[in-house]
Design a protein around this ligand. Structure first.
Ligand SMILES: [Zn+2]
Length: 212
């Protein structure tokens, strides 16, 4: 039986001008104030290192995480794949595997974590996976992190960090940074509807909530 650890898996403080304090760990960045060693991230100085994760993994964690990393190399067989993979596990059993199939499926949401959750949903006929652990070869992006919230996945274990991925051009870290900005400073413009249209949508949601 899995017991959630109260402490975050990884945290750091980034001193890079323009980046500021980065919501590095899904569980720290979105759930509470930054905590860390006060050192700089890998992108800033060479003395960066994960603060907590290695000591928190047991042998099973390392086994499944190594499997996710091994699967992340599937691009060698299919160049349409991107170098990420995930494994969803519960009670020591693999529920599903996922690969990044964004280019393969022309689906911007087909990240490895999402694909693992979809596969588990199809296999088990449900959309929540309480008591599971998602092992991912890379730190989940905000979309995949949110999907884990929706799916009630209580723990994520990852290998490469958002900073590692940023060094190779992936945008996960930049998107986490966007979420920290005020709405009017984000790259995506969000415009709310006027009152009449808003009310129409709200009525539908309230009607659904009353029924179900
Ligand atoms: Zn993702």
């Amino acid at each position: 039986m899995w017991i959630r650890e109260p402490e975050p898996e990884v945290w750091l403080t980034c001193a890079e001008p323009g980046i500021g304090l980065v919501p590095f760990s899904p569980f720290t960045g979105l759930a509470g104030p930054m905590r860390g060693s006060g050192g700089a991230c890998r992108g800033c100085r060479d003395d960066w290192m994960p603060a907590a994760m290695p000591g928190k993994l047991d042998e099973n964690d390392r086994r499944f995480l190594r499997l996710a990393v091994e699967l992340s190399r599937s691009y060698a067989d299919d160049p349409r794949r991107w170098p990420f993979a995930s494994v969803l596990v519960a009670d020591g059993e693999i529920l599903a595997r996922g690969f990044n199939q964004v280019a393969e499926l022309h689906d911007p949401a087909a990240h490895a974590e999402i694909m693992a959750l979809r596969a588990a949903g199809r296999a088990l006929g449900r959309h929540v996976f309480e008591g599971s652990v998602l092992y991912s070869s890379g730190e989940p992006c905000p979309m995949c992190l949110a999907a884990c919230y929706w799916a009630s996945v209580p723990r994520i274990v990852f290998a490469a960090t958002s900073h590692d991925l940023a060094e190779c051009g992936f945008q996960d870290l930049a998107i986490y940074g966007q979420l920290r900005l005020p709405l009017d400073q984000r790259a995506i413009q969000e415009d709310a509807a006027g009152e009449e249209i808003r009310q129409g949508a709200v009525i539908a949601v309230r009607d659904w909530a009353r029924r179900y």
